[in-house]
Design a protein around this ligand. Structure first.
Ligand code: F6P
Length: 366
């Protein structure tokens, strides 16, 4: 389909929200409406709006002109419900799994859509790829605070999450120092340690514990005591929710709605263990969902605008099945398949870890 044949496109946001989603939505609408004279329809709550087609919202300049600085997403999101494995509750209360993908394809046609821009992380991109393989003209935009999506240098939302986590570390320092305490600060990130690594470095944590470098609690305890002996009044430990003690396991809170493991709890477990090992006074803080909230940073606003504008051009050029990606300083279109299935991890021997170690930061392994 050529850009002239396209009349109307849809946009959806899937998975956990993050700062910058509205920047992408704004850029998509401005570019589609002003440059190509297309109509834009917001598909509410991820793919739900294509299962129940009353859940849509026309998006014009009026609806998006003032949303750039706003956190969240004006079209809603969910990390529940894959249309290919939809959980439907029967009259008797039992739950059955049904494939609603044909229904989504039909509703896509009925709504007169000629293309769909899907903004999401790994799980959402997998679904987008499945719809592309069914013949839907889909393009993707990579989003997640975790920065764990392959094929792009950075996802939008990450910078804002790092800002919030760093601010937490900055604020905790004075109280840690006043009370001569150890603060354990748990951060999000799923199976990657990007948020803990970046905020730990920027926020001057003395310990950073990430999934990519299993840590030994006894090593951490030993280093804490050494710091105290040297006259340091306090210590700050940035721990990623997916961090793994040597010989142990990731700390899980249960199952997430999408069936993946819900991580969390390592902060409190580690705090207790270190208290036993050192006798030091320890407090634990879980930064939690504020990492996903609030106004996006300037970096995320601009990256979101660049991604949104580029995604519209992918549709205009018929580059379906592709995802916009930041490569160096350029925005490129890459196959969605390059982005899914492999988590982008911190490289334990990479530059960032090397710089951190040179700053004396302990990763709990030596
Ligand atoms: O993927 C983003 C993220 O915030 C992860 O860092 C975290 O593990 C998860 O989502 C939390 O999900 P929920 O909002 O379902 O608790």
């Amino acid at each position: 389909m050529t850009e002239k044949q396209i009349k109307r496109i849809g946009i959806s946001t899937g998975g956990g929200d993050c700062p910058g989603l509205n920047a992408v939505i704004r850029a998509v609408v401005y570019t589609a409406v002003n440059k190509f004279k297309w109509e834009v329809i917001g598909i509410l709550d991820s793919f739900n709006g294509l299962i129940y087609p009353d859940q849509i919202m026309p998006l014009g300049i009026e609806q998006v002109k003032d949303i750039l600085h706003q956190g969240g997403t004006i079209i809603g999101t969910t990390n529940r419900g894959n249309p290919f494995l939809w959980e439907r509750t029967k009259k008797d209360g039992a739950v059955e799994v049904v494939d609603y993908s044909d229904r989504v394809m039909e509703n896509f046609e009925h709504l007169g859509l000629n293309g769909l821009i899907v903004i999401g992380g790994d799980g959402t991109m997998k679904i987008a790829q499945q719809f592309f393989e069914k013949g839907m003209p889909v393009v993707g935009v990579p989003k997640t605070i975790d920065n764990d999506l392959s094929a792009t240098d950075v996802t939008f939302g990450f910078d804002s999450a790092v800002r919030t986590a760093t601010e937490s570390l900055d604020k905790l320092r004075s109280t840690a120092e006043s009370h001569h305490r150890v603060m354990v600060v748990e951060m999000m990130g799923r199976h990657s340690g990007w948020i803990a690594l970046h905020s730990g470095m920027a926020g001057n944590a003395q310990f950073i514990l990430i999934p990519e470098i299993p840590f030994d609690p006894e090593v951490v305890a030993q280093r804490l005591l050494e710091r105290k002996e040297k006259g340091n009044k306090y210590s700050i430990i940035a721990v990623a929710e997916g961090a793994i003690p040597k010989g142990g396991e990731m700390s899980a809170l249960g199952k997430a709605p999408d069936g993946t493991i819900r991580l969390g709890g390592i902060g409190h477990k580690l705090g207790e263990r270190l208290s036993d090992l050192t006798g030091l006074e320890i407090r634990v803080m879980v930064v939690g969902h504020i990492q996903r909230g609030g106004s996006p940073t300037e970096f995320d606003r601009i990256l979101g605008l660049r991604y949104g504008e580029a995604a519209v051009h992918l549709l205009a050029n018929g580059d379906y099945g592709k995802m916009v990606a930041l490569r160096g300083t350029a925005i490129k279109g890459v196959p969605i398949t390059d982005a899914i299935g492999q988590t982008k991890k911190v490289f334990p021997n990479g530059t960032m870890v090397k710089v951190a170690r040179s700053m004396g930061i302990c990763f709990g392994d030596e």
